[in-house]
Design a protein around this ligand. Structure first.
Ligand code: HAM
Length: 428
């Protein structure tokens, strides 16, 4: 007996019908992005490690603990991308494509070495949009609106959490103020929170530990420390969202796990999922990212949706948007001599847009008819010696229980007509 293999820990096999659901979700997201003027893009799955270290940020869990980093055979340090934003910004800089407002959409696998659980994997799939090149708060509102419309189209109830993380003008002073507050809590603050405070005090605010929550209930909040420009930006985004009918919940403690954010930051949460993995997507503005990774000034904003979590949310709600493939016609070669003709017929049927297949098994006519009925195909095309000799096929409408001979070259059109005609048993 040979040893069997299992998928690597933290990975997920998409099999039918879940894989179909995932494809529908991806098409929906990219379709809505296209309607909003985002152009498809694609970047490599691995990048120079330094890009993420610098772009995503040294102090983040993603960079410190979760990256799949290795030396390739040429001795270069490369990393499987933990997210998509840094890579696309790198690509736009490298190819001189920044300038004006650039809107891109893309989709692909990302990798984070996390503790696997439902909705948290080591390989997961993000669909992402980025609008780069404008500081205009109207862009923020539109980016959020596109996400809102996607969840609407998918029929998923989400809560939009929204805040502003300020900018290099006001955040340093706030950070100092917060650090002072956290240090003031002394040993009362659990050790993990104390360590985080020294690295990135903002990240203490989104810790789930109830003790930390309680102790930091009175902590200073970024929104009270925004500089005048950030405040105007934030107020404008909010009033635009109100006009567009996009509701949100204030989330002054929302920090997000990536360091590049400035100003508008947001996350969509789903009630259907467990609290630790309830973010179906998130994003925000990153006005300094391009410069951070060696590019020109290019203020940007975007989001990424977690495809796997969206699929999970749909499944938990008992909704599978795409039914499994339903064959519409089965072609039955009843004699070995009919195999070539059968192959030509399935080709012609598929060209006519009819989902068609053959049984690839030797059976009696009775056995064939039973098996064909089990597939649920509406039409069965029979190719016996008689039919072949006459250059014809017998076309049987399984729903109407009608059968007739049709010249081979007319089979595809006849079957397509039956399939398009609807169910004869259904009320008119
Ligand atoms: P993020 O919040 O780190 O943002 O990830 C976006 C989404 O990816 C999450 O909301 C979640 O649905 C999904 N996700 C993240 N990690 C996992 C995991 N281990 N397993 C399953 N799903 C996961 C970003 O990555 C930013 N690049 C978003 C962005 C784009 N900001 C600006 N532009």
């Amino acid at each position: 007996m040979t040893d069997r293999f299992e998928g690597p820990k933290g990975t997920f096999d998409y099999l039918p019908p879940t894989a179909g659901t995932r494809a529908v979700v991806e098409r929906t997201v990219l379709g809505q992005a296209r309607l909003a003027g985002y152009q498809l893009t694609e970047t490599p799955v691995f990048e120079d490690t330094g890009l993420f270290a610098r772009g995503v940020g040294q102090s983040t869990d993603v960079v410190q603990k979760e990256m799949y980093t290795f030396a390739d055979k040429g001795g270069r340090s490369v990393t499987l991308r933990p997210e998509l934003t840094a890579g696309v910004v790198r690509a736009l800089i490298e190819h001189g494509r920044l300038g004006g407002l650039v809107k891109v959409a893309f989709s692909g696998p990302c990798f984070r070495y996390e503790r696997p659980q439902a909705g948290r994997q080591r390989q997961f799939h993000q669909v992402d949009i980025e609008a780069i090149g404008s500081p205009d708060p109207a862009v923020d509102a539109d980016v959020v609106l596109v996400g809102h419309e996607i969840f609407r189209a998918l029929g998923i109830d989400v809560t939009l959490l929204l805040t502003s993380l300020g900018d290099p003008e006001c955040r340093p002073a706030y950070r100092e103020r917060l650090l002072e507050f956290l240090r003031g809590l002394g040993d009362e603050l659990p050790a993990e929170a104390r360590a985080r405070a020294e690295q990135n005090p903002l990240r203490v605010l989104d810790m789930k530990d109830p003790r930390v929550r309680e102790l930091t209930a009175g902590a200073p909040l970024m929104r009270d420390w925004l500089c005048a420009a950030c405040k105007v930006h934030d107020d404008t985004v909010r009033s635009l969202l109100i006009e567009a009918g996009v509701p949100w919940v204030e989330a002054p403690r929302l920090v997000r796990g990536l360091d590049y954010y400035t100003r508008t930051t947001f996350e969509w949460q789903a009630e259907a999922l467990d609290a630790a993995q309830d973010a179906l997507g998130g994003g925000g503005r990153y006005d300094g990212l391009s410069e951070l990774v060696g590019g020109p000034p290019a203020p940007g904003i975007g989001w990424a949706l977690g495809l796997d979590r969206i699929v999970l949310a749909l499944e938990r709600a008992g909704r599978l948007p795409e039914p499994p493939v339903q064959l519409q016609a089965m072609v039955l070669p009843l004699t070995p001599a009919a195999r070539g003709t059968a192959l030509v017929l399935v080709r012609d049927l598929r060209r006519a847009g009819v989902a068609a297949d053959q049984p690839y098994a030797e059976r009696s006519l009775r056995g064939h008819m039973k098996a064909a009925a089990r597939t649920g195909a509406r039409v069965v095309v029979l190719l016996g010696d008689d039919e072949l000799a006459a250059g014809q096929a017998s076309v049987r409408d399984m729903a109407a229980r009608e059968q007739g001979r049709v010249p081979l070259e007319a089979v595809a059109a006849r079957v397509a007509g039956i399939v398009a005609g609807g169910d004869p048993g259904a009320a008119p």
